[in-house]
Design a protein around this ligand. Structure first.
Ligand SMILES: C[S@@+](CC[C@H](N)C(=O)[O-])C[C@H]1O[C@@H](n2cnc3c(N)ncnc32)[C@H](O)[C@@H]1O
Length: 330
């Protein structure tokens, strides 16, 4: 176990960080303050691949328009590294922004030989440049890391910038509701380019509801390799229009991509339960307990179906062979 509380001159909002080995052998961390690991136990590298690289369908950007990427919660840098490492050839011009409040995860990752071994020199140079200079700039390729609270730092990205990909990988909504609020998700959705995609591991009804109200079309990620069987392992939220909407620009391809499918009836009904009450943070300044309490109060008075009634209904359907081996653990 590795305590790096004392070895950083930067933010300690994450509190003590402990090593968190994952099943695919990739290095990850656990934040004592948030009470959560940075990745699932199946693997940091495999999660980046399954939930971000796959649904990004990077082939769409082969030598074409510049690809604009926003990494919400850079952490150790897996998602950014995996996406940059999987760009098609010829590679598109890339403009990248990162949001993150604590420098230590990236510093710790870059000090790990097993992490270094995963990436090409070109990708490692970019990660090191983020660590050392807050970004990089080469012809046709630039990146800028914004250190601080993501809610505040998002607005320092020029208003005209529109992202083709937003990689949203905050801690879970119960631990970090400030980055899953209706208002923050709406601000992210506004920044998507036509056909742009917000990708996240979250399948929570509150998050999907906010993304839907922000005008995005929702798709569901099936379980990733090595994960417990479950009904979904994440969400692809797509902004309508644009030539980048599907591999060939066709609406039909939006319905089912290489790695996603439409929301099932069960998932759509999940959006009508109390679980779908959003996290609200009207001024985008509140602390997590305030946001959680506000949501609890709203859930008490919302009149929506209790989430466990929805669970029981679909468990019964499952028992009757109606929906396959669905697990309704959340
Ligand atoms: C689950 S980890 C991200 C993992 C990362 N994507 C990776 O591939 O390693 C969540 C990250 O969110 C960051 N974070 C938490 N609250 C934040 C906030 N309000 N603003 C910016 N970053 C925040 C934490 O410092 C942590 O690094």
């Amino acid at each position: 176990m590795h305590d790096c509380t004392a070895n950083s001159g930067h933010s300690t909002a994450l509190g003590e960080l402990q090593d968190f080995p994952t099943a695919d052998g990739s290095f990850s961390l656990h934040s004592v303050q948030f009470g959560e690991a940075f990745h699932n136990s199946a693997g940091a590298a495999s999660e980046a691949q399954a939930k971000f690289v796959g649904p990004a369908e990077l082939e769409r950007f082969r030598g074409g328009e510049p690809l604009q990427i926003l990494d919400v919660c850079l952490g150790l840098g897996y998602n950014t590294a995996a996406v940059l490492g999987a760009l098609p050839t010829p590679a598109p011009a890339v403009r990248w922004w990162g949001l993150e409040m604590d420098r230590r995860p990236l510093e710790l990752a870059l000090a790990q030989p097993s992490f270094q071994a995963l990436w090409s020199d070109a990708v490692l140079h970019k990660l090191a440049a983020i660590r050392d200079q807050g970004g990089w700039s080469t012809p046709g390729n630039e990146g800028q890391q914004l250190w601080g609270d993501a809610r505040r730092m998002l607005s320092s990205i020029p208003e005209a910038v529109r992202f083709d990909l937003i990689l949203h990988d905050a801690f879970s909504p119960q631990r970090c509701p400030e980055l899953w609020s209706e208002e923050f998700l709406s601000a992210l959705a506004q920044r998507l380019a036509p056909g742009g995609r917000l990708l996240t591991y979250s399948r929570a009804a509150a998050i999907r509801g906010s993304l839907k109200r922000a005008g995005l079309a929702l798709r569901s990620l099936p379980s990733a390799p090595g994960e417990r069987t479950g009904w979904s392992s994440g969400t692809v939220a797509i902004k309508g229009g644009g030539i980048k909407a599907g591999i060939n620009g066709g609406e039909a391809l939006e319905q089912a991509g290489v790695t996603w499918r439409p929301l099932s009836t069960m998932e759509q009904e999940h959006l009508l339960t109390r679980a779908a009450v959003p996290f609200r943070d009207p001024d985008q300044r509140d602390l997590a307990p305030v946001i959680l309490e506000r949501r609890s109060q709203e859930q008490l008075h919302c009149g929506l179906e209790a989430t466990n009634t929805w669970q029981r209904r679909w468990r019964a359907a499952d028992a009757n062979g109606g929906i396959g081996s669905t697990k309704l653990s959340q």
